[in-house]
Every structure is written in C-alpha cells, then in structure tokens.
Design a protein around this ligand. Structure first.
Ligand code: SAM
Length: 480
C-alpha cells in the first residue's frame, strides 16, 4: 500500500492541491473499507460544511456501465479489485449510488466526485475543483491501471472456476428463461442466502463483464461461452477448464523465475514442483489431462467432420493416431469413415481396458521407439509437448511408418501456428498463454510457420500445407 500511496499523493499534490488547500488540520484515518459507522465517526471529528469541514475519501467508484467510464481496462480492473476485497477482507467496491447512500446514511449533506486518479476518485463535498490531469500524469495512471489489471488477472479465471464449481451455468440453463438474482441464489448450494446474494451479484457482475453471462432486464442468461460449460452439452469443454484451473497446474507458475535461475532445464517447473510428469500413470493430473484432451478432441472432430473437412481423411485405408489419448478422435474417424482402419497408439496405461471395434484398435507403445505402419499418421496436440530435438525424432519415426508422398503417405498435425492469427488479438493472446503453459508443464513450445517448416525439413519431409480451419489451431499436412 505504501508504493500505491506514494503514487496517489504525487498525483494529488500536482493536480489536486485545491483539495487540501485552506486546511489547518487533517487526520488520515486508517483506510480499509468504507462503512457508515466510520463515516459517522469522521463526521463527529470535523466542523460543519460552512466552517470548511470535509471528509476526503480516495477510493474506487465502480462504473456500472462501460460508456460512462469509456475505459474497458479500468472497468475490468475495478471488478478484479472488488472480487479481491470480497476474498481478502469481506469488503466491496461501490458504485456512485452506493457511495451516495452511505454518505446520506451517515448524515452528510452533499458530495463531489473528482476523477483525477485513474481507477480511483477523490470524493469530497465543497468547492469546485479543476479535474484535468496533464498528460504525464494520465500516462502514469494508465500504466498503473495496466499493471493492476495484469496483477489481478487471475481473479477472472478464479471467478470462472467458482461459477463452475457452484454449477451456475447449468442452473441458469435449467431455469429456461432470464434468471433473477434471487432465484439464482435460491437455487445455489450456499448456506447463507441472505448475505450470499450480494457476493453472487458481484461474482455475476465480473462474469458478465468477461462475456460468460448476459443480463436481460433483471435476469441472467447464458452466452455462447457459458453454453460450452454446460454438463449436458455434447461439445462441452468443462474437463479441459477443470484441468487448466487445477492448482496442480497453477502452482508451478510460482516457481518459474526460480526454475529459470537454477538452469536445470532437464526437468520442467511442473516436475520440479510436483515430482512427476503430467503423463505419469495413476496421477490426478494425468486423469485430468486425459479427460480434458478428450473433450477438446470431441469439439475438434465435430468441427472437422461436420464442416466438410473430412476430405482430409478421404482415400485413406489406415490411420494411426499417435499419442491419441483415450481414442476420441480415432473413434470419430472410424465411425465417419468405416473403410479406414484406425489405431490409437498411446502409452499403455492411458489405453488400459479400452475396447476397440471392427475398424478401431488400441496399441500400447512408445512413439520414440517405433510407430505402427499406416497410410497416414495423425498427431493432435502432441508435438507442441516436445522440444525441437524430440519432435524431429518423433517425425522421423512417423516417416518410417508411412508410404511415400506419391503413394498417399502423409502426417496430419493439429497444432497452433503462432503467426496465423496475429490480427485476432484474443486468439494471439491465447496462443501466447498456451506457449507459456507448454514451457511450465512440458518441454514443449508453440511454433511459428518458419519453426514448423524447419522441423519438417530437418526430419526429412519434402513439403507441407497449412489449413487454418480450427480457430486457434490449424491442420498441417506434412508430406514425406
Ligand atoms: C496433450 S496429449 C494429446 C492427446 C490427444 N492427441 C488429443 O489431442 O486429444 C499428449 C498425449 O501424448 C501421449 N504420449 C506421451 N508420451 C508418449 C509416448 N512416448 N508414446 C506415445 N504417446 C505418448 C500422452 O499420454 C498424451 O495422451
């Protein structure tokens, strides 16, 4: 808080001198959260308005509608801060109406908001003030908002985790029409519904801001984003989100700098923190990974097959899905193309007990040793798990398993190509996030087109084709 106060005071003294001018005595009262009782105590300690008595508050005023503040980053950071107050102190950030009510309840006559501190305002009642900032100060305040926003970005992910754990998307969905806050609170598995209502309101407010819910009149509705989190939605990606937000995945990020300093890169930050890899048998993380990847595979295959991109597989007689998890992709291909013999080639423990069908089989093994022969090899989200050296080894093993290009041999990859989505900010940012995840969890990385091309040529392939049909990711056909 000291560094925050330093910055605030430097702005206040440069731009808001009038607020303090004329005062002879000033008491700086403790801080913390604004309450009526504190405001009443303050009122007892100051002279009346006519004699220059005033209460000066430096605090946030939540902008309930974005147009009013005109700054999305500030709004979002205020919502992060509000959630932080809920979790750390039981406090809250207030909107203008809530502040006004507090002043009125504490017996004050009037107030004035002086928005000169970026995210926060000075609130007092009395004289007219200059509220303009010079450009330097505006820049410092914007930088401060940016840093706060970045610092508290996890509040978004954690709010989503909480909503999923409480089952909010399913509850709103079953309601079948816009769901009022009180109905939502009544349907939630929480004990103290009276006090809980305000907390749930604030949780919903940040999730509305983040695009997970909509508000229609007084009721909450789902958005396409929360629809993908419904338990009964066939293409839901709940298990993937549960994997990504589990503390086993998040914890190693706390040790990234330590890991970089130690320089022992033969094990990942994940291994250093947890003592095992994410592919290890009978671990919680491996179960979460397999379930998460299976739901991702379901969605990818539905896009590929339903959108007529099944031609990728046309003409093939056999296909091996290397590192194919529990077989979601291979099963979808086997069902859609009965003439293709599909094989899932995986670490033995991942496919233990899984039953094949007429044109689907499961084979346990290690892709670094040898891969079963087929017309085509599929690798979805496998190569990004590995270093360049390991990828070249895998790609060489794939090449040994397929016929020549003239005879239809190919490797099909489903992977991120870093420079494909640069004009879509959200996609590019998500790719950067996944790249960092690959650094932490595995020794992998996300690659640009040039980096992919180098890998293919180094592994002895002659050509490749990028097909950007999967949003964040692409299909890449690689020819021997
Ligand atoms: C990120 S997951 C991708 C799973 C699946 N392809 C998908 O996208 O749904 C990587 C997979 O590679 C498998 N794998 C790791 N090492 C392997 C090896 N040496 N041989 C075969 N599979 C391996 C893991 O068990 C895991 O299922």
């Amino acid at each position: 808080m000291t560094c925050d106060t330093r910055l605030i005071m430097s702005v206040l003294i440069q731009n808001g001198k009038e607020i303090l001018e004329g005062l002879k005595l000033l008491v700086d009262v403790g801080g913390g959260t604004g309450t009526v009782s504190k405001a009443i105590k303050c009122k007892e300690a100051i002279p009346n308005k006519e004699n220059g008595g005033k209460l000066i508050i430096i605090d946030m005023i939540i902008f309930d509608n974005k147009e009013k503040s005109g700054d999305d980053k500030s709004c979002e950071t205020q919502l992060f801060y509000d959630m932080l107050m809920m979790v750390l102190l039981g406090g809250k950030e207030k909107n203008e109406q809530e502040w006004a009510k507090l002043f009125l309840d504490a017996g004050y006559s009037d107030y004035k908001i002086i928005p000169i501190l970026g995210l926060r305002c000075v609130i007092e009642y009395l004289k007219n003030m200059t509220t303009l900032c010079n450009n330097d100060i505006k820049q410092v305040l914007a930088a401060k908002t940016h840093i706060w926003n970045y610092t508290f970005n996890y509040v978004s992910s954690m709010s989503l985790k909480c909503a999923i754990q409480l089952g909010i998307p399913d509850i709103i969905h079953s309601h079948g029409r816009p769901m009022a806050l009180s109905d939502l609170v009544n349907a939630l598995p929480i004990d103290n519904k009276t006090k809980g209502q305000d907390y749930i309101y604030r949780l919903m407010r940040i999730l509305i801001h983040d695009g997970f819910f909509l508000q229609e009149g007084d009721g909450y509705l789902l958005t396409p984003n929360s629809r993908l989190l419904l338990k009964d939605e066939p293409l839901n990606i709940l298990p993937f989100v549960q994997f990504g937000l589990d503390s086993i995945v998040i914890d190693p990020f706390h040790y990234l700098s330590q890991w970089l300093q130690n320089g022992e890169y033969s094990s990942t930050p994940f291994e250093t923190t947890n003592g095992n890899t994410i592919f290890e048998k009978e671990t919680k993380i491996n179960r979460l990974l397999n379930e998460g990847m299976a739901c991702d595979a379901r969605l990818v295959m539905s896009v590929l097959i339903q959108n007529g991109k099944g031609q990728l597989f046309e003409g093939l007689k056999s296909l091996v899905d290397v590192g194919g998890g529990t077989g979601t992709i291979a099963k979808a291909i086997a069902d859609a193309f009965p003439q293709i013999n599909c094989t899932v080639f995986e670490l033995p423990h991942v496919i233990e007990g899984l039953e094949g069908s007429k044109n689907l089989s499961f084979v346990g093994g290690d892709m670094f040793s040898s891969i079963p022969c087929a017309n085509a090899i599929l690798l979805k989200s496998v190569l990004h798990d590995w270093s360049d050296e390991d990828c070249i080894k895998i790609l060489k093993k794939c090449k040994e398993a397929i016929p020549s290009k003239e005879n239809g041999g190919k490797v099909i990859l489903i992977e991120i190509v870093m420079d494909q989505n640069k004009d879509d900010d959200k996609s590019y940012e998500t790719q950067l996030l996944i790249d960092m995840l690959m650094m932490i969890l595995l020794s992998g990385k996300e690659r640009s087109q040039q980096e992919w091309a180098k890998l293919f040529y180094d592994a002895g392939y002659s050509d490749y084709k990028i097909i950007p049909i999967l949003g964040l990711r692409c299909v890449i056909e690689v020819y021997p």
